[in-house]
Design a protein around this ligand. Sequence first.
Ligand SMILES: Nc1ncnc2c1ncn2[C@@H]1O[C@H](COP(=O)(O)OP(=O)(O)O)[C@@H](O)[C@H]1O
Ligand SMILES: [Mg+2]
Length: 356
Amino acid sequence: MNSEVPFIKVEHLTKIFYPAKSTSVLRRKSPQHAGFKAVNDVSFEVKRGEIFVIMGLSGSGKSTIIRMLNRLIDTTEGSIVIDGKDVGALDPAGLRSFRNETINMVFQHFGLFPHQSLLDNVAFGLKVRGVDKQSREAKATEALRLVGLGDRTHAMPDQLSGGMRQRVGLARALATDAEILLMDEPFSALDPLIRQDMQQLLIELQRNFKKTIVFVTHDLDEAMYLGDQIMVMKEGRQIQRGTALDLLETPADPYIEKFVAEVNRSKVLHAGMLAEPLAGADHEDGCRTGVRPVSATTNGSSRVEHVNGATIIADLLPVFAAGCDRLHITDEQGLVIGQLTANKVFAALSPKESVK
Ligand SMILES: Nc1ncnc2c1ncn2[C@@H]1O[C@H](COP(=O)(O)OP(=O)(O)O)[C@@H](O)[C@H]1O
Ligand SMILES: [Mg+2]
């Protein structure tokens, strides 16, 4: 399938909440019945395999959008087309299979069932979808292996630390068959260290499972680190849509500029975001990095150490400080996808004001 065709296409989405006893006559006559516009003319597209982040303060309409995507609530105006299907036009049977097969909502607390093993917890979503025992256990075992708990499949939740339980919850969310995951502030209640661990894990798991993820957060750092695309919301309206770099380099208005000013750029920007095309035959000419093995691979000759695109810039600063002027960036398979120059890194780390 053509990955350039938007998988999710939302046009002019609006949601007005009316008071309980409002009727169309009252709505026209009385301002109290006019309703509240929680989402106001929002349009966006998400490509297959992308992490699309909706970011905004509490009350800006994020959850309302995400609930309209799986039709937990109906739209007031606008359209949502997912994988070519008009979500608003699905009949009850169509909606059931859409929710079973295509889209899966992940709630804030990954509550595990206390009396079920990790394996049964992770396999639960697949069981509900009618996947046979053998396949669901194979998939759940693989998901647990990927979150570092492959040897604990028969453990019970209370034998794990809080952070480990979160990992199991994430494994469960990603192990389902649904292509689209809707995640509404899943990490917001976690303490900062566990939260960072979960963000990194999500990126790592995403490389394996290749879901299409709509992720809601009120935290700009989280939005920038995770998002291939970020949509910033304010009072029901979208005020900017773009990559983390777009927001940093050309904030659309003072509101975003204020947010961006407080971001620790070296911790939210990845190497992959700043990579540039590599010129001709100079693949051997990069610096050694000494970066942790999880994010560094060698190209076989062991002369050049390559850096995985997901590595945050903060981890690479020592290499540049030691005199390196460019590094090679690789994809998940270790293929060189570009280069990262010291100039590009320093420019990206410099807030605009400092070069005025
Ligand atoms: N069912 C509802 N009835 C009335 N108002 C609602 C309802 N759900 C949400 N709202 C209002 O819509 C606005 C956006 O809510 P929400 O989408 O939950 O924001 P966010 O997820 O960004 O915090 C808020 O002002 C909220 O009070
Ligand atoms: Mg919300």
